[in-house]
Write a protein that binds this ligand. Structure first.
Ligand code: DC
Length: 224
């Protein structure tokens, strides 16, 4: 049996997780950020000094990962890989870059996609990523595609780094956002694209509260 699934897809840095957590909270669903699974794979590939383009070796790493998912008090699924809870090290630019590269590996994707499908069958869930509405769960009740210009996403990332007291170079951030967009949209397996029946929202000029409001209005209208 498939439970209720809300799929959120879109490019890097568009606010999918922030929106997903709010929707999960609103509906009492659990929440999973699927990019973290690709980041964990990327981290393991990095740690083992494997070339992200070495197809067979990356598949072997993916096949060996023992996944577990436990909800925290906010119903966000925390990911455990080989019994170890995932830490903030997966959010570095370096790991993000490797994650983006290994995520074009078809067989590694299959392993991770199957895990995500199992989760869709277990619980009502909000899942965010790049291919949730198109590949992981095309039968999802609600499919949202969030978008924003690359400049706006780089601006948000720059602001966040500054607020965290970290050094940031806007041009470099923009370059990295564009490179990730290219890889995510141009890969042959499960590229980032909109599902035909998605709710498309451009968030370039609206804030998170307004995005959530818009989505809730559309969901309620469709429910009537
Ligand atoms: O959302 P994120 O930035 O944490 O994702 C990291 C990388 O993982 C991203 O560049 C592409 C990949 N990814 C994917 O291919 N499919 C998903 N469902 C989620 C992420």
């Amino acid at each position: 049996m498939i439970n209720k699934v809300i799929a959120i897809d879109g490019p890097a840095g568009v606010g999918k997780s922030a929106l997903g957590k709010r929707l999960a909270n609103h509906f009492g669903y659990t929440f999973l950020s699927t990019g973290q699974m690709y980041r964990i794979l990327g981290l393991k590939v990095l740690a083992q000094k494997i070339d992200p383009k070495d197809y067979e070796k990356v598949v072997a790493v993916a096949l060996k990962i023992d996944w577990d998912f436990k909800p925290n008090k906010n119903n966000v699924l925390e990911i455990y890989a080989d019994g170890k809870k995932v830490g903030s090290e997966i959010f570095s630019e370096e790991v993000g870059g490797v994650a983006s590269k290994v995520s074009s590996n078809k067989d590694a994707r299959r392993v991770i996609t199957n895990k995500q499908r199992e989760l869709c069958k277990k619980k009502n869930i909000v899942m965010e990523g790049r291919d949730i509405g198109t590949v992981v769960c095309p039968e999802a009740e609600v499919k949202i595609f969030l978008d924003a210009s690359a400049e706006e996403r780089a601006k948000r990332r720059f602001k966040q780094l500054k607020e965290d007291g970290k050094s940031a170079d806007f041009e470099k951030i923009l370059e990295s956002v564009c490179a990730r967009d290219r890889r995510d949209t141009q890969r042959t397996v499960a590229p980032l694209r909109q599902a035909e029946d998605c709710i498309y929202i451009d968030t370039t000029n609206i804030n998170l509260e307004q995005v959530e409001q818009k989505v809730l209005e559309i969901i309620e209208k469709n429910d009537r």
